[in-house]
Design a protein around this ligand. Structure first.
Ligand code: SF4
Length: 331
């Protein structure tokens, strides 16, 4: 399986390639991708540099152009696709049908991957995107369990990529009403579930309050670490007791499921976290490189090294890991 690492800038690119990524994915420095943070992402000339470095090292470079174009401003998204094609990247990752159509017509040789933001979660949907826009790969939503993934993979008309590690999302991605309701901004077109300008940490007599857009998402003892706030991972009072009723603040790790994902015929394992640091990209890539190399050498007798989970835990939300929906069986 291909190891696909997240990269936020040129320093992160080198870190991920040195750590053993087979492929990396990046975004441009504008609102055409769903990770829009200050200081993150690539200008068109940096993208061309990145593409050259990847080619020289025999790795693949994908560009996420996965936000939905604003009415009347589609040209900005078209220019992003043109910039990716001119840079000579390996594929573009998109969700909007109009944009997929533009890319298919204008740059037919440029591979098109269906973004998770399209939320395609069944075979007829994948077949439709393949027939209409010639997609060669789809990223499956992070809400499917392993049996559903296996069923889709058995007959999929396109390569499949799944999230292997990183933050989880419990919504039809990009269409999160939780986040929009509190921040007034779409996580897809706004580029973040929790816009930085609306995040507040405030010390109070009751402890440190963590707020988004004024809404209280959690309160922790003074000095205790509090994760980056997202509405879905907030701690709320429900029926008289406090809990994380929507989603626990922990990160996905499918390390225990690697042999099963390989048997299912999954093409690529995506590591989440383009918004994180080069150190993060390097560390998770190293861990997953070791795991995939172990799987290649040991096959069915693959055993996960607890030290790998230990390393991932240090980088994860809430310092804890989960197999999330893969084994939840709640659908
Ligand atoms: S706030 Fe949570 S549920 Fe909503 S898009 Fe972000 S990660 Fe997903």
């Amino acid at each position: 399986m291909e190891l696909l690492a997240p990269v936020g800038n040129l320093a992160g690119l080198n870190a991920a390639l040195d750590a053993g990524a087979d492929a990396v994915y990046v975004g441009l420095k504008d609102d055409t991708n769903a990770r829009r943070f200050a200081g993150l992402n690539f200008t068109p000339s940096e993208l061309a540099q990145a593409a050259q470095q990847c080619r020289q090292r025999g790795r693949l470079l994908y560009v996420a152009i996965n936000t939905f174009p604003q009415p009347g401003q589609e040209q900005r998204w078209h220019r992003a696709v043109d910039a990716a094609a001119e840079a000579g990247v390996s594929a573009v990752i998109m969700a909007d049908p109009g944009l997929l159509g533009y890319a298919a017509k204008r740059h037919p040789k440029l591979e098109r991957h269906l973004s998770v933001q399209a939320s395609a979660a069944n075979l007829p949907s994948l077949a439709l995107y393949q027939q209409a826009f010639g997609i060669t790969r789809a990223v499956l939503p992070r809400v499917l369990d392993i049996e559903q993934i296996e069923r889709i993979a058995a007959d999929s008309p396109v390569e499949l990529e799944v999230f292997a590690s990183g933050s989880l999302c419990v919504m039809a991605e990009g269409r999160c009403q939780l986040s929009t309701w509190v921040s007034g901004q779409s996580p897809n077109s706004g580029g973040a579930c929790s816009p930085a300008a609306q995040v507040q940490w405030r010390e109070t007599e009751q402890g440190r309050e963590i707020r988004l857009g004024g809404a209280l998402l959690d309160r922790v003892p003074a000095g205790a670490p509090g994760g980056y706030p997202t509405v879905c991972k907030g701690r709320y009072q429900v029926a008289g007791s406090q809990s994380h009723p929507i989603s626990a603040p922990c990160s996905l790790s499918t390390l225990p499921l690697l042999p099963r994902l390989a048997r299912a015929g999954i093409t690529a394992l995506k590591l989440e976290g383009r918004q994180r640091s080069p150190h993060y990209s390097a560390t998770i890539t190293q861990v997953w490189r070791q795991a995939l190399d172990r799987l290649a050498s040991d096959g069915e007798s693959y055993r996960m090294d607890p030290a790998w989970q230990q390393q991932l835990r240090k980088l994860s939300e809430g310092q804890s890991l989960t197999t999330g929906p893969y084994l939840a069986g709640w659908q």
